[in-house]
Design a protein around this ligand. Structure first.
Ligand SMILES: Nc1ncnc2c1ncn2[C@@H]1O[C@H](COP(=O)(O)OP(=O)(O)OP(=O)(O)O)[C@@H](O)[C@H]1O
Length: 385
């Protein structure tokens, strides 16, 4: 989220409902939900968003239609300015679409009045990149805030805060102030505050972007754990494919406000179709080392040489690198040079590069659909690579 564009303190105020009339029971959480719709489902239907700025209209979202299954972890990724924040924030009406509808549990939230919005924001929790904690309040005070605002009795507040602090691993930190916490602990407080209202949906706005890699992994694993244990839907935005790979079931790639592609994570990783997706995946692809690239020739002169062959796996149809089969086809002297394989949602995808003695029929031998989804000779080296 572009910090300059939004007032983060204002966001958290609206999300915990400080400015709204307090009444936890103001509108029943499932009011109006069609019987067949699972709690925690979201449908974006022809969603459009155009901002009116002093420089003229800015079209942020165009024709977004997609379902977020209840109970899934759904990642939205895209380059800066692609529209991720704009889309995420329509789910709790921090942004209002200028066209189309957002349905939460089958209800169109665009016509919600103030009371319904208060109830919606209890069903849809949110965490932020910069945590947005109140520095003058302790961990307990921050986490308790949404319940206190909602007029929940003190004893129940204590019970529920203790419950969520245990869930996020912050027992014993109740009386600590945010300034004494690490970034990861602050985000755990943010998660606890979002969960204390027992939401069906958790929105994560670049929740790990301000954290180091190790803390990022611990927060992602906490989110996955919460998703599994509580069954709540998680929608997260990120600009890092590694975050998507780590915890998401489904991914939506946005490009200039439109859907570039979408699908299950293993499908999109294994066979990225859009240029924007391939660019986002690039940092995860190690590529061939320079020392090898520089030595390779594209033509073979028939003399003894080594051929470097790249096998590509998309994860489709259960096809995996089978070393025995590769050796049976390529023969003795075949060695693995580099592997860029990933196992996502039980599907193996990526690239395997092997060195094999050059021979005239090699191209024919590797074009075997039982070996890989695609295969190509990268080049030849007269010496042994
Ligand atoms: N309040 C606003 N007024 C005017 N333009 C806006 C506003 N909010 C967002 N935009 C514009 O809408 C487009 C999408 O912005 P958005 O913040 O949704 O993208 P993003 O993918 O989340 O970007 P980033 O990763 O940089 O946070 C951008 O062109 C942005 O400049």
């Amino acid at each position: 989220m572009s910090a300059a564009l939004f007032d983060a303190a204002d966001d958290v105020t609206r999300v915990v409902g400080v400015t709204s009339r307090s009444a936890e029971e103001s509108a029943p959480s499932s009011a109006g939900r069609p019987a067949a719709v699972a709690a925690g489902s979201i449908r974006f239907q022809k969603v459009e968003k155009t901002y009116l700025s002093s420089a003229g209209p800015v079209r942020a979202l165009t024709d977004i239609t997609i379902d977020v299954p209840a109970g899934s972890v759904f990642g939205i990724i895209g380059r800066s300015g692609a529209g991720k924040s704009s889309l995420l924030r329509t789910v709790n009406r921090l942004e209002r679409p200028t066209g189309g509808q957002v349905l939460v549990d089958g209800e169109d939230i665009s016509a919600f009045n103030e009371d319904q919005l208060v109830a919606l924001r209890r069903r849809v929790g949110m965490i932020f990149q910069h945590f947005n904690l109140l520095s003058a309040k302790t961990v307990f005070g921050n986490v308790a805030l949404p319940l206190v605002v909602a007029g929940v009795p003190a004893q129940e507040v204590r019970t529920r805060v203790a419950e969520v602090l245990k869930l996020v691993g912050l027992e014993g930190k109740e009386n600590t102030y945010p300034s004494r916490l690490s970034g990861g602990q602050k985000q755990r407080v943010g998660i606890a505050r979002a969960l204390v209202s027992r939401p069906e949906i958790l929105l994560c706005d670049e929740a790990t972007s301000a954290l180091d890699p190790e803390t990022t992994l611990s927060i992602l694993s906490l989110l996955k754990d919460i998703n599994r244990r509580l069954g709540l839907t998680i929608v997260l935005i990120t600009h890092e494919m590694s975050v998507i790979r780590e915890i998401c079931d489904h991914v939506l790639v946005l490009e200039a406000g439109r859907i570039a592609e979408t699908g299950r994570v293993w499908e999109v990783f294994g066979n990225p179709r859009h240029e924007a997706t391939r660019a986002l995946l690039k940092p995860l692809d190690r590529g061939l080392p320079d020392d090898l690239t520089e030595r390779l020739t594209s033509l073979w002169n028939g003399e003894p040489a080594t051929a470097l062959v790249e096998f590509t796996y998309t994860g489709a149809g259960g096809l995996q690198p089978d070393l025995a089969r590769l050796l049976a086809v390529l023969g003795d002297g075949t060695r693995i040079i580099q592997s860029n394989l990933d196992r996502i949602q039980s599907h193996v995808s990526g690239r395997l590069i092997v060195a094999s003695p050059a021979r005239a029929d090699l191209q024919h031998l590797i074009a075997n659909p039982e070996l890989a989804h695609a295969a190509r000779i990268i080049g030849y080296d007269a010496a042994d690579v």
